[in-house]
Write a protein that binds this ligand. Structure first.
Ligand code: IVH
Length: 706
């Protein structure tokens, strides 16, 4: 402590002097932290360091308005809050597609070359990065200062865990260096190293708390503490590897940005490498895998990313994953144990899934006592019998699987399993439907009980309240199951009548076990909050067979409102109708899906649910026009002829990213035909129908915003 100002009594400081000193202390303490934690080379004694922090604290106590967002005092943790606030990610946090084999990696590279239409001699650098097994987080920096940090959440909305992230020692509170953009969101993985994990578990046991199953769980548990003082005591670390909203990109390549992040003070994984060929990628993969057990932290694969950022942008996204990146997973970890029995689970769509009941065994650090057997053909193919010793495997976060029996160890009394032909939950017939396309039996046996089957009802409701559907705070799978069991609710619509039904009931929710006046009040508020819901979530929540989030969004965009969709679905009962043709003309909706959608809306139980929801006050909201407004936003677009400047898949993807619906055929519904050389019948038809036309050159100009 050399500066004279440090010895000035805090009581005599003017606000101006205090601000100057707080800034100096913030920098000085952060530097000492770095020397101590990252460089293992402290330059002051612990006593002097403590004195700096105390002075910082004393000045802040006198001038609370001057507390800086990068203040060292915030690293120790703020007071507990009720729950985390939500943060909307300006740029969604996506997940990655998987590659499991060398061929998958080759395919990935071929796909990219084809999409971009790269000539043979054009090099394509791909960056290989270890896939850290932790939790992703997004850190927002404004003018170089850490202002907000969030979890991934559902990818669009995460939780505000700023206070907790501030406690992580290798997350800079201020970026160092020049030319820091005004806004930069750094994304990466929060993880716990093996040694720290082992020590944490020893400490946990000493204080009589349960041990964590693996470092990832420990990291998750630590990061989601409401009291950041607890997080501060947990040894978390951060690797930076991506970014979100950015006011100005510091580089044109993935490698370049990673180097910049390093310069700003982030830890970037040292094993990251740029590879010019698939062979180089696979060699890097093997090299990283060989070091896996000695790294000191968990990784579960290698992520490949196209290095050039302009190409990343052109490649864009499919659903929730980028086309320009993929995760090459390490092979699964295996163990052997005894198959004690097979249980049948009945899913939302009535599918009967056999689940192996196993003698508990540790596979890759996690205790496994159940594993999926997929379906009856798989049981036959694997030839497993009850009583067999079986090989179980776990790959990443997927459900454990039974690989097969160890025949040498088969006991004499091992019995073959007979798959039930009746639903174990409701006794209805369980059948294997014939697929109209292949004319073969479906591999899945399904309960025919529909909503009569309690298991299907429960699963549908769980889906209804799940994260990507209604996502009602305080109403998860557990609560739904309990409510169904005691008759509080029967179907989705009852959720939205819970308040009025509870008011009329003798047995109040607040008096039930696990509930109280406050939690009930919160639940009702959370339910009210969801009465206005995006039309896409509304549709996804219905649990229509084959309709995932992407299709739900397509339907929501194509039909706009529930009324319009219902009218169309009534007409589409007739498979020859225009309404049905329009449904299958939506790019991304095929025959089977279209059939399932029409069947769903024409089944009276389902219609009752839809009507019931509306009657109970649910109002699906038309999706907002996509932010990117361009001449093709919201239009039905058809491409025809040869495009000379981009591949057809790129053209389609770009149009969709601008909010267009791309269709394969010209009809009255078509708004715009974009044509290249050699256009034939589609162009003629469009001209006859008076549809707007655009040349490829105009299309490129539109993309460039001209
Ligand atoms: S990139 C759009 N790079 O893997 C690309 N992810 O399956 C977003 N992860 O949610 C991710 N290491 O939690 C990327 N080097 C790395 C990664 C990585 C670990 C995690 C991350 C992500 C998940 C995707």
């Amino acid at each position: 402590m050399s500066e004279t100002s440090s010895s000035d009594a805090v009581a005599h400081l003017t606000a101006e002097a205090a601000a100057v000193e707080l800034e100096r202390l913030a920098h000085e303490i952060i530097d000492h932290d770095a020397r101590y934690h990252q460089q293992d080379a402290p330059t002051i004694s612990d006593g002097d360091y403590d004195a700096l922090r105390l002075r910082n604290q004393a000045i802040e106590a006198r001038f609370p308005d001057l507390v800086r967002s990068d203040s060292p005092s915030l690293r120790v943790g703020a007071s507990p809050s009720e729950k985390f606030e939500k943060v909307t990610h300006a740029i969604p946090m996506l997940s990655l597609g998987n590659a499991f084999s060398d061929e998958d990696v080759t395919d990935f590279q071929v796909r990219i070359r084809r999409f971009l239409g790269l000539p043979k001699d054009q090099l394509l650098d791909i960056v290989a990065e270890p896939k850290i097994d932790g939790l992703s987080a997004s850190l927002r920096y404004e003018k170089g200062r850490f202002v907000q940090g969030a979890t991934r959440g559902d990818g669009r909305i995460g939780e505000n865990i700023t206070a907790n992230l501030r406690t992580i020692q290798n997350i800079p509170l201020r970026l160092s260096g020049d030319n820091i953009p005004d806004v930069f969101e750094v994304r990466g993985e929060v993880y716990m190293a093996h040694a720290d994990f082992a020590q944490l578990n020893i400490n946990q046991e000493e204080v009589g708390k349960p041990a964590f199953a693996n470092p990832r769980n420990a990291a998750a548990g630590s990061l989601r503490q409401l009291d950041s003082k607890i997080t501060a005591r947990r040894p978390l670390k951060f690797f930076a590897y991506a970014w979100g909203e950015v006011s100005e990109m510091p580089s044109q390549t993935q490698m370049g940005v990673l180097d910049t992040l390093k310069g700003w003070g982030f830890d970037v994984n040292p094993l990251i490498q740029s590879c010019p060929t698939v062979d180089a990628l696979l060699t890097t993969y093997q090299g990283i895998e060989a070091q896996r057990s000695s790294l000191g932290y968990d990784i579960d694969g290698v992520v490949y990313k196209v290095d050039r950022l302009d190409w990343q942008e052109r490649l864009g996204f499919v659903s929730r994953s980028p086309r320009w990146a993929i995760a090459h997973k390490f092979p699964a970890e295996q163990a052997t144990t005894v198959l004690e029995g097979i249980d049948i689970q009945v899913g939302r769509t009535g599918a009967l899934t056999p689940v192996a009941r196993l003698a508990p065994v540790t596979v890759g650090g996690v205790v496994v006592s159940n594993a999926t057997l997929h379906n009856e053909d798989e049981i036959a193919r694997k030839g497993v019998r009850i009583g067999d010793t079986v090989i179980v495997q776990r790959a990443g976060d997927v459900i454990p699987q039974v690989v097969g029996p160890v025949l040498d160890k088969r006991p004499e009394d091992a019995v073959a399993y007979e798959f039930p032909k009746l639903c174990p939950e409701c006794g209805s017939h369980a059948v294997r439907e014939v697929n109209p396309k292949t004319e073969e039996f479906d591999v899945i046996r399904r309960c025919t009980g529909g909503l009569v089957c309690p298991a299907q009802r429960a699963e549908r409701l769980k889906h209804f309240v799940s994260r990507n559907a209604y996502d009602i705070e305080g109403l998860g799978a557990k609560q739904v199951e309990a409510f169904l069991k005691d008759g509080t609710i029967d179907g989705p619509q009852d959720i939205f009548r819970l308040r009025e039904n509870d008011a009329a009931s003798f047995k109040k929710l607040k008096d039930r076990e696990g509930w109280g006046a406050t939690s009930v009040k919160k639940l009702f508020a959370a339910i009210d909050d969801r009465r206005k819901i995006g039309f896409d979530r509304f549709l996804f929540g219905l649990g229509i067979r084959h309709v995932g989030e992407t299709t739900a969004r397509l339907l929501a965009r194509s039909y706009g409102t529930l009324d319009a969709l219902l009218i169309a679905m009534d007409k589409a009962c007739d498979r020859e109708s225009d309404a049905f043709k329009e449904l299958i003309a939506i790019d991304g909706i095929g025959d089977v899906m279209a059939g399932a959608i029409v069947d769903f809306f024409n089944e009276k139980h389902n219609r009752a649910v839809v009507d019931g929801l509306v009657a109970a006050g649910v109002e699906p909201q038309e999706l907002e026009a996509q932010e990117t407004s361009s001449p093709v936003t919201g239009k039905v677009v058809v491409f025809t002829g040869a495009l000379e400047h981009m591949t057809r898949s790129e053209a389609k993807a770009r149009a969709e990213s601008l909010g267009a619906k791309v269709s394969g055929s010209v009809s009255k519904k078509t708004d715009l035909l974009i044509y290249g050389p050699g256009a034939g019948s589609k162009l003629t038809k469009a001209q006859e129908l008076g549809i707007a036309l655009m040349t490829e050159a105009d299309w490129i100009a539109t993309l460039e915003g001209k």
